[in-house]
Design a binder for this molecule. Structure first.
Ligand code: MN
Length: 300
């Protein structure tokens, strides 16, 4: 583990009891490939009558990527999609020039465990029309006693169906019975690793939960020792070559673009963000006032 860089999560609470560990962006590590945002939420068991409810909000310039480990969320968007996402499934929403959506627990008093990620769109695709895809089944690969679920990209000839626009990798690494888990890596990718559940060792050192482990391009393989029932998330990608600005729910290239998105959302510009579906009990979110200090990401 000596040469893996460590970045601690920022921990917050959503609603009354959902613990959120924000692993990307970090001040010293803005992105891993095009992955530019990572929240690890839960696991949480909601109290009777309680759940997660996120009111209508917009996105631009990114893909939202939801990996569901426990519980059930209803996604509704301004394209008219209404889609439940359950354990082992992925929702991918490509915001392009603009989309809006809501996310709600399907059942009150349910449990929830999920990883919510954003993928920055390259200049060639960031103004595309919005779209939404639900992936009910992802390919799995047995590695010894362990299971790799291929979320994004390819591994040993197997290809994930999830459509992305830059060279990218994402995998859920699960060990039901414990054991060694060895993976071959792509030399041109940078990688990020984090624990989702249980206890895991990387090169004979115990990994700390709530920490992102980062490796720049050039690493050939990864060797984990996983305790029974443990699970990790491995992200990778070619270093993103465009300087982005990430603010609120937007990925753009300039302050002016962000201001335009804020104004369009707060003035209910349905030509851009669509007509929001009813169905969520949560109120529409208002874009906050844009500040001058931006999270700037330099290329590489
Ligand atoms: Mn969202």
């Amino acid at each position: 583990m000596s040469d893996w860089q460590e970045y601690p999560a920022r921990i917050s609470t959503l609603g009354e009891d959902t613990v959120i560990r924000r692993l990307l962006p970090h001040r010293q590590r803005r992105m891993i490939g095009a992955w530019c945002f990572l929240d690890h939420a839960g696991p949480v068991q909601f109290a009777k009558g309680k759940g997660l409810h996120i009111g209508a909000h917009p996105h631009i310039g990114l893909q939202t990527f939801t990996w569901m480990l426990k519980g059930e969320i209803i996604h509704r968007d301004s394209l008219g999609n209404e889609q439940a996402i359950r354990q082992g499934q992925v929702n991918l929403m490509t915001a392009g020039n603009g989309i809006s959506h809501t996310e709600d627990s399907h059942y009150e008093g349910d449990s929830l465990h999920t990883a919510q990620l954003w993928i920055a769109l390259p200049d060639s695709h960031r103004h595309c029309p919005p779209r939404f895809e639900h992936y009910p089944d992802l390919p799995t690969i047995a590695i010894g006693n362990n299971q790799l679920t291929l979320l994004v990209g390819d591994y040993e000839g197997v290809q994930s169906p999830v459509m992305v626009h830059t060279p990218l990798f994402g995998a859920d690494l699960y060990s039901p019975d414990g054991g060694n888990f060895r993976l071959t890596l792509n030399l041109s990718f940078e990688y990020g690793l984090m624990i989702l559940e249980g206890d895991i060792q990387l090169e004979h050192s115990a990994l700390t939960g709530c920490t992102l482990y980062y490796q720049p391009p050039g690493i050939e393989s990864l060797s984990l020792v996983m305790q029974p029932g443990s699970r990790a998330l491995l992200l990778g990608g070619e270093p993103f070559q465009e300087a982005i600005v990430l603010w609120w729910n937007f990925v753009a290239r300039s302050q002016e673009e962000l201001q335009g998105a804020v104004d369009d959302w707060n003035s209910n510009n349905e030509a851009r963000f669509g007509h929001m579906l009813s169905g969520s009990p949560a109120a529409k979110l208002k874009a906050p006032t844009l500040e001058n200090v931006l999270l700037k990401t330099s290329p590489g």
